[in-house]
Design a protein around this ligand. Sequence first.
Ligand code: SAH
Ligand code: AVI
Length: 323
Amino acid sequence: MTKWARISSPAYRQPNPRMLAEVAAGLSAPQKELPPKYFYDHRGSELFEEITRLPEYYPTRTERALLEGWMPTLVPELGTRALIELGAGSAEKSRIILSAMREWGNGGVYVPIDVSSSFLNQTAGRLRREYPGLRVEPLVADITDDFTLPHGLPHPALYAFLGGTIGNFYPPAAIRLLRRVRLAMEPSDRFLMGVDLRKDIRRVEAAYNDAQGVTAAFNRNMLLVLNHELGANFDPATFEHRAFYETVTHRIEMHLVSKIDQDVRIPGIGLVPFVAGESIRTEISCKHDRGSVTELFAAAGLRIETWKTDPEALFALVVGATA
Ligand code: SAH
Ligand code: AVI
């Protein structure tokens, strides 16, 4: 088996119509663009986990330290009885909150929400074994859509959106998402969000251009997802990983740059032409400060209740309440 054995995989049957429409629209734009949620099949989720352990990728370990220092007091203070987490992934850091809930003496409910279905179910299975008193109710959903939470969730609930994933949404989409959380919240509920902060550009760029090439593999994985899900014939080896900081918009942009002139075939869409040097933008990762988070929250009907950063101000954990 070659490294890119999934090229032109015949495994796809009925393409997801929404995915087909999003890919068709994104690849016909002047700047080709694909939604970052398509990184995350099972392999993409595993690659993201590898990224979190890279020496260059500071966000995860910084956020973990903040959670470890704060959750044992915050959870009893809030009286958290349910944790609802957007884009939960492996829930590795969520365990810090769940352990604090257990310590506090309440088994509680955990609702991890994610698009990466098999990875989410694996996470849920592990958590059920690790926390026998916890009700785990995984939800496979796109958090940019309306989704229905399980009935009878106890309050106060804590809605969590960790990892800085809010940065992967353009501000209007981020506001729509926060507004949806706000509408679901009761007055006693709180929203806990992790945000990657603006800092020395070299530090940020290094986090998205790691020496081992894991981020490059994560980026190219999106093409394998398209091959598998839509029967496309992308050859990932002909695309180069590029990630750079955009100073005006305060964001990392990740691109896949075609090394050659080529036409890629996607059933249901047709031939997608690339000239050498042309790119697909696969992700933005917006970096924030307290002012930009205040604006996002205000537009969504939320207010910052507490703002905590690490000593180097690399990353922030913010608690939001209904305004
Ligand atoms: N919260 C974890 C994982 C972050 S990676 C952490 O902090 O380490 C981003 C996660 O969000 C992935 O698990 C991905 O599958 C999920 N995700 C990305 N876009 C999504 C969307 N539109 N809807 C639901 N989940 C999404
Ligand atoms: C999930 N998200 C917050 C990550 C980020 O840093 O924007 C995804 C990622 N992309 C490249 N490396 C990590």
